[in-house]
Design a protein around this ligand. Structure first.
Ligand SMILES: NC(=O)c1ccc[n+]([C@@H]2O[C@H](COP(=O)([O-])OP(=O)(O)OC[C@H]3O[C@@H](n4cnc5c(N)ncnc54)[C@H](OP(=O)(O)O)[C@@H]3O)[C@@H](O)[C@H]2O)c1
Length: 350
């Protein structure tokens, strides 16, 4: 058996990754996050604050020999400066604790993202390649990656990093998840008797963009974790196709059984600030899972993504050259997730 610590196990990456590892049958899985899971699982979860070294040492003292760390924990700061210290500390605390206690320790897979290329800053070179030059720091991914490079030198363990684009899956109470933004936005508009209108700018409606299925990402994490030729390498991981909102939006309207209407730009976070009661009424009326509006969706993330006015594109040929051949049709992924959200009673049945 391989033994994985999944850091950030209740996030949009971590939840799907834990389930994927369990489904493979030859992994013992321990999920780490500050919260306890709000659902049943055959995985073991440990509630621990990874930014607290002594808590990490104490809580992990009995986990035995860990072979892999899959690091998907995230400190979401108020600006790029205050994100570096906490995100680096969570990683160093975990790695150094495991290094000392596990003789079988062999790999860290670090989750990075398109922000590695400065996708959050403005137009950047696209398609982005893993060997592109860094932007001016701070960028906490750089600190985490540099730390892993240095710390693993002349050791029996190595690292890889993965750079997804906008990740789609299920999670609650987290800052970034395009799938829940789209689903909750659509059902709220439907409840108000509105058509489905893209709330971003006309320019952003036409950019090229991409997404990363959390299920595909989970497969990539395991692949990078097990393949020795991935040691010391970074890989872009996206679904492999490209989209424009202008093509996707009418298809989303069809899926949600709504009228489609052309974009109408609005400050999404502000316009959603009075919709919590509407959400709570939907939850009651349809017997949905009892998540608050804030847990269900993060509007600032949706607003940011809907207003990106430049292409978001990563080159994924490197991962294919190294042997990761999985791909996902983004439209099918979104419809699969929305169907899952209905089955689990996160959104009403359409
Ligand atoms: N989501 C996206 O669209 C996206 C896109 C590209 C790249 N990425 C990158 O992918 C990585 C994973 O992101 P994600 O979106 O999956 O994150 P996420 O959904 O926000 O999940 C983060 C996880 O970290 C845990 N966590 C936060 N602080 C912690 C602490 N002090 N101690 C222990 N656990 C802690 C959270 O649980 P608790 O709150 O319970 O502690 C949660 O389980 C990040 O580097 C992110 O930048 C994400």
């Amino acid at each position: 058996m391989k033994k994985a610590l999944v850091a950030g196990a209740l996030g949009v990456t971590g939840r799907t990754l834990v389930n994927h590892l369990i489904s493979l049958g030859d992994w013992e899985v321990i999920g780490l996050s500050r919260r306890n899971p709000e659902f049943q699982s055959s995985a073991k979860y440990i509630a621990v604050d990874l930014s607290d070294r002594s808590a990490v040492e104490a809580k992990l003292s009995n986990v035995g020999d860990v072979t892999h760390i899959f690091f998907a924990a995230l400190y979401w700061g108020t600006n790029v400066f205050d994100e570096v210290g906490p995100n680096l500390a969570m990683l160093t605390n975990l790695v150094e604790t495991v290094e000392r206690s596990s003789k079988q320790f062999r790999k860290v897979v670090l989750l990075e993202g398109a922000k590695w290329y400065g996708a959050h800053l403005g137009p950047y070179k696209t398609p982005a390649r893993e060997d592109d030059l860094r932007h001016m720091p701070p960028n906490f991914y750089y600190d985490q990656e540099d730390y892993l490079k240095t710390q693993s030198t002349a050791k029996s363990w190595s690292w890889s990093s993965l750079r997804p684009s906008s990740i789609c899956g299920f999670a609650v109470g987290n800052p970034m998840n395009m799938a829940t933004v789209l689903a909750v936005y659509a059902v709220l508009c439907k409840e108000m008797g509105l058509p489905l209108r893209f709330p971003g700018t006309a320019k952003s409606y036409n950019i090229i963009m991409e997404m990363t299925d959390a299920a595909l990402l989970a497969k990539a994490v395991v692949w990078a974790g097990e393949s020795e030729q991935c040691n010391g390498e970074a890989f872009n991981i996206t679904n492999g196709d490209f989209n424009r909102w202008t093509n996707l939006w009418p298809r989303l309207a069809d899926y949600f059984k709504m009228d489609y209407a052309p974009p109408q730009h609005l400050p999404l976070t502000q316009f959603m600030s009075d919709k919590a009661t509407l959400w709570q009424n939907l939850v009651k009326k349809h017997g949905l899972l009892d998540y608050t509006f804030e847990q269900a969706v993060s509007w600032p993330f949706g607003e940011a993504i809907f207003n990106i006015e430049y292409d978001i594109m990563s080159d994924t040929t490197k991962s294919r050259r190294y042997g990761f051949l999985e791909w996902v049709d983004t439209e099918e992924m979104l419809f699969r997730l929305f169907t899952q959200f209905q089955k689990m009673r996160f959104i009403p049945t359409l």
